[in-house]
Design a protein around this ligand. Sequence first.
Ligand SMILES: [Zn+2]
Length: 86
Amino acid sequence: MGNPRYASGRWAWAICDRCGLRWNAPRLGTERQTNLRCCPDCIDDPYPYWCFSRPVDAQSLRNPRPDVPLQNAVPNLTDEEWEALD
Ligand SMILES: [Zn+2]
C-alpha cells in the first residue's frame, strides 16, 4: 500500500547521492549514518559498532532534594556519635 500521500515512484528515476548515476528510484537505499540516498553499489554497510543497542546509564534522580552538609541533616548527634560515623 505505502503512504497515500506519495506516489510509489516505481517508474521514477533517481540520482545516487554518491556516484551521481541514474537509477530506478526504488533501488536507492538510505544510509543510516549519512542519510544519503545511494545505489546498491555505493551504499555502505552500517558500522558494526552502531548496530548494537548500547545500555544507557540513568543519571537523573526522580524528586531530587538539594544537598546539605551531613551535620545539618542530622543535627542531634553527640560528638561521640559523630566520631563513630567517621
Ligand atoms: Zn552510487
